[in-house]
Write a protein that binds this ligand. Structure first.
Ligand code: GS8
Length: 216
């Protein structure tokens, strides 16, 4: 039975999971959840995720929520092709993957997501962008990018010289951010820009990006 991902492509957290499935070369089915109809809060979906959120992964009798936990599961399940993406064979290297994954979740995501939400998601839902929220988030994002720029001047990827889940986890929100008028701030971060271009050149990323552009 193929794995099912419940959610919609407008959710960056769903896209994080799709990126991992594509990297793993896994077969999957995307099962749409209609937010406008409140399907994410329906009894059927609350049985999958009591928080009423997407994504949810179903693999046989396993039902899993939280995109980063799902991502780790997919890469561990496909360890023959994905072992390097978690660097599981080396204790110190895998600790660095965990560290940068935490940075993505705790520092990068909170800085960039208000910008993406205000400029792209809200208008799509018929709302109006609150520029004050964007203006408050930008310096926070720049502070995080200062750290990334320094790190990426020493190694090609965040956890070392090969790509890992820590890098891939940045793809969804960065992809959406690059579609905002503030994408040009990346010009001030040449190493971050090079890192982003290397990520986007990956076949799995091209495939996900093509799906996102046709669904927009
Ligand atoms: C966040 C999921 C989430 O916020 C994860 O999976 O990483 N930490 C979780 N999902 C949003 C869609 S935006 O990606 C969601 O389902 N929102 C509906 C709601 O909160 O009611």
């Amino acid at each position: 039975m193929v794995m099912k991902v419940y959610g919609s492509l407008v959710s960056s957290n769903v896209v994080r999971v799709l990126v991992c499935l594509e990297e793993a070369g896994a077969e999957y089915e995307l099962v749409p959840i209609d937010f406008a109809a409140g399907e994410h809060k329906s009894p059927a979906h609350l049985a999958r995720n009591p928080f009423g959120q997407v994504p949810v992964l179903q693999d046989g009798d396993l039902i899993l929520f939280e995109s980063r936990a799902i991502s780790r599961y997919i890469l561990r399940k496909h360890k023959s092709t994905c072992v390097d993406l978690l660097k599981v064979v080396n204790l110190q290297e895998s600790a660095l993957v965990d560290q940068w994954l935490e940075v993505e979740a705790q520092k990068y995501d909170p800085a960039v997501s208000p910008i993406v939400f205000q400029l792209l998601v809200l208008p799509m839902l018929g709302g109006v962008c609150d520029q004050a929220v964007v203006d408050a988030a930008l310096p926070k994002l720049e502070k995080v990018l200062d750290v990334y720029e320094a790190r990426l001047s020493k190694s090609k990827y965040l956890a070392g010289d090969s790509v890992t889940l820590a890098d891939l986890s940045h793809v969804p929100l960065t992809y959406y951010f690059m579609g905002t008028p503030y994408a040009s701030i990346m010009e001030s971060y040449p190493n971050v820009k090079k890192w982003w271009e290397a990520l986007m050149a990956r076949p799995a990323m091209k495939k996900v990006a093509a799906t996102l552009s046709t669904s927009a």
